[in-house]
Design a protein around this ligand. Structure first.
Ligand SMILES: [Fe+2]
Ligand SMILES: [Fe+2]
Length: 292
């Protein structure tokens, strides 16, 4: 278990003058996504349960992982509530859990097709979370938020290693399907633009009755998230992703990192070009909620 809790963070150092509106909107989305850890944990326990006889420690380790993810949700929600006192975060979380479904409540089969592919996707998400929080930590100016991002990045890096170990155990015992793993990884990466985080950001930051505009939300938030990544972080992301599918050569991951950087820059430019500057009513300005 990580050596920090939301209660041990230095909340007294919170500095409202360093809160940034766009980053706050991103934090709101991440807070809601991380706050559904119980659902992710339940799902994983169910789809991996067929391996528990062979790997008796998996269930306990997954429960620990779930508790840590839940802690991420609590810390981010607490910070978001300080930054946006005008928002009822608990009500937003209730709406998010009600309106944005996760996987089937009683499925015992992985939606990724196999235990190996489920673990591949888990590693992908932990790799993305690690580098995203590293990137955001480097960008955040508000000191408590910066510290939260650093703590979360360290936890996510540990989660990546944990699931990567499980993936190796699974492959050792049941064989590996590298081609299928590449497909599972690409599908998971492709689904990143899905509604989960964007809708969570919308639910956290906009009034309860505001209509969700997926294109406007993506156009507003994604270029800012993408722009936070440095070349070093992209290369590190490429290295973590490459290792999942057996690509370990330095030169290859460096090229993949450069390609990912070019892709993100191109996509940011496209999103900016496609997004109207005025998002219409229902989107409070930074100053309006800063004053609340
Ligand atoms: Fe997390
Ligand atoms: Fe994680």
């Amino acid at each position: 278990m990580s050596d920090w809790t939301p209660d041990t963070l230095p909340w007294h150092r919170f500095d409202r003058s360093l809160v940034e509106a766009d980053l706050t909107e991103v934090v709101g989305g991440l807070a809601l996504v991380e706050s559904r850890a119980d659902l992710y944990g339940d799902y994983l326990q169910r789809v991996l349960s067929r391996r528990f006889a062979m790997h008796p420690t998996w269930s306990t380790q997954i429960a620990l992982w779930t508790a840590e993810e839940d802690q991420h949700g609590t810390a981010l929600r607490r910070w978001f509530q300080l930054a946006r006192p005008d928002v009822d975060v608990d009500a937003a979380l209730t709406r998010y859990r009600r309106d944005v479904p996760y996987h089937d409540d009683d499925t015992t089969l992985s939606v990724r097709g196999s235990v190996e592919h489920e673990l591949v996707c888990r590693c992908v998400i932990e790799a993305l979370a690690t580098t995203l929080y590293q990137a955001l930590a480097a960008r955040a100016r508000e000191p408590v938020l910066q510290l939260i991002f650093k703590r979360l990045a360290a936890d996510e890096a540990r989660h990546y290693r944990f699931f990567f170990d499980l993936l190796r155990e699974e492959r050792r015992a049941h064989g590996q399907d590298l081609a299928g793993s590449v497909v599972a990884m690409l599908r998971r990466l492709r689904a990143l633009d899905d509604d989960q985080i964007m809708r969570a950001s919308h639910v956290a930051s906009q009034p309860a009755d505001a209509a969700y505009d997926a294109a406007a939300t993506r156009g507003r938030l994604l270029p800012r998230v993408y722009g936070s990544y440095s070349e070093v972080q992209l290369e590190s992301l490429a290295r973590l992703l490459g290792r999942i599918v057996g690509v370990d050569q330095r030169r290859a991951t460096r090229m993949l990192g450069a390609a990912a950087g070019a892709f993100l820059r191109g996509r940011s430019a496209l999103l900016r070009a496609m997004t109207p500057v005025d998002f219409g009513g229902g989107v409070p300005s930074y100053s309006s909620w800063q004053a609340a």
